[in-house]
Design a protein around this ligand. Sequence first.
Ligand code: ADP
Length: 455
Amino acid sequence: MTIRNRISGQFTLIVASILIGFSLLIYLVSATYRREEFYERLKNKARTTVRFLVEVKEVDNDLLRIIDRNTLTALIDEKVLILNEKNELVYSSVDDHPVRYQPGLLDAVRKTHEVETTNGENELVGILYEANGQRLVVLASAYDQFGQSKLANLRLTLFWGLLGGIVLTVGLGFFFAGQSLQPIGHINQQVQTITARNLRQRLDEGRRQDEIDQLAVNFNAVLQRLEQAFEQQRSFVSHASHELRTPLAALKSEIQLGLRRPLSVERHTEILQNLLTDTDRLIALSNSLLVLARTLENLEAVTMRIVRLDDVLFTAQDELLATHPDYIVHVQYDQIPESDTGTSVVGNEALLVRVVLNLLDNACKYATDHRAQVRIGTQDDYVWLSVTDTGIGLSADEKLHIFEPFYRAPGATEFAGFGVGLAICARIMELHEGQIQVDSEPGKGSTFKVKLKKA
Ligand code: ADP
């Protein structure tokens, strides 16, 4: 069942229930009102008749019958009977038609003084008249032709009104549901044309006001992220294969050189030494690529716990000095933390060590004095750590690209490296909901700063 049919069906059901309820109410109120009014008329008739008979001496049965039949207010099929205590008929407004009533009716009237009931199609009232020691039961019955025909008219009007109302509701419900769902159909058509190949396409966002426009806006945002992810993956693959090709080509030419003609043992040793260096470089590169690929994939699964940023710093410092004993790292607290947990953050220790290690390594690598100045401190809700060097520095344009995978500034190519370290750092900081910034001037040096929320 389509949403359009469902909405118009539900709409019709609701409106039809309201219409039916309302029509029933109107009909029942009108019917009750008619009955009460008619009973009142019958009671008046009964009272007037009995009074005439008992209280006006000049009036006898025949005269009363003539009066009864000729009053303007005479009702259709009107019959008035007056009976005494022995249930003998004292007066009857009709003489030819027998009048039937339920056996217990007279007793009921004597008991309750007033009874309202029906007799076939006719309405019947019985009242007790007590005067001058007499207890007379007066029964008056008649057919409310005028009221019944008004009710029949009302029934007909309500029936056709109801039918028309329901037909109109079905039509309008179907029409308006179609109108409201039209934009969804439009979006559907547009979505069908989007494939992995044309992720650049976007949905029409309308005036960005209603829910469907919002759906298009959100869908476009998803498309944007998908496109970025695809783009990142594409560039990662092409950069990675390019980076691997260069050392592999170097390895191949070294091997070809070694095979070309008989060489001295010294020359062979030299070639093998070169092969070893290139293989080490290749291993380092594939390790970096693996880490980058993982960080681009799914870092959400890593475990987070409370770690002290100064502990992270000292671990990174130890690791760096173990591989580069000539590097110098100078650490300074901006202000001594008030407690042991003053520099605590929530994070993954191994990943944070990787970030700091990479910043320290770069600072020492790109500076001729191989010296990094580290400062650590807190500000408001953050713990920050900065690494400053007096190395080659970066231009404003280079600063824009250094966090992209495989980017290396032109001045950095004479130093060892693959251009993936900072991309990994940026991804790790993103995962920790932290920040990484750079402040640098070409030829003067750089300061890299990371900021993490206090635990
Ligand atoms: P790598 O250092 O291996 O090239 P990174 O991703 O760590 O890769 O750095 C990317 C680029 O950013 C470097 O190639 C270099 O151009 C620049 N860079 C990073 N750190 C510094 C620094 N301390 N001083 C100057 N340039 C830097």
